[in-house]
Design a protein around this ligand. Structure first.
Ligand code: FES
Length: 163
């Protein structure tokens, strides 16, 4: 992220320290994580010490200090989903993508996360990819579900290649 992109973000919020959360959200939305250089630049620009920025960045689960994949796969392992086989879904994703919860594929296409409830327990086991919910998940459905997102990327790459 360039210095001018960081400055555009801070200026959007009139350089107000109170808007730090919104600024971090904007950086996270663009980069899929919070790069250290971006945080340093933000700290310089707003006059906020780095330890304070790191405290905020590590407090909220929505922020990540390590690079995330293009697509976030989130599997619920809460009780209702667990008893219906959520762990087998996680294991199948591990087989398909070679990543465990908290990890990102080498091509930065997917990041796998687990949560304790997605709020739709009756549809368990539930997974969400980029906020799109998939209920009644099973190991057999994992490959096809992931493929939708893989092919999305390939279609975009194909379209970019033709342009
Ligand atoms: S426990 Fe999985 S959605 Fe609530």
């Amino acid at each position: 992220m360039t210095h001018s992109e960081i400055e555009a973000i801070t200026e959007r919020y009139e350089n107000r320290e109170s808007a730090i959360l919104s600024m971090l959200q904007d950086i996270q939305a663009k980069e899929k994580y919070l790069p250290q250089e971006a945080l340093e630049r933000l700290g310089e620009k707003l006059g906020i010490p780095m330890n304070k920025i790191y405290r905020i960045a590590t407090f909220y689960r929505a922020f990540s200090l390590t690079p995330k994949g293009q697509h976030e796969v989130c599997v619920c392992i809460g009780t209702a989903c667990h008893v219906r086989g959520a762990q087998r879904v996680v294991d199948q994703i591990n087989l398909e993508l070679g990543i465990r919860p908290g990890e990102t594929t080498k091509d930065r296409n997917f990041t796998l996360e687990t949560v304790n409830c997605l709020g739709v327990c009756a549809a368990g086991p539930v997974a969400a990819i980029d906020g799109q919910y998939f209920g009644k998940m099973s190991p057999a459905k994992v490959g096809g579900t992931l493929k939708k997102f893989r092919s999305d990327k390939k279609k975009k790459e194909g379209a970019n290649g033709k342009a």
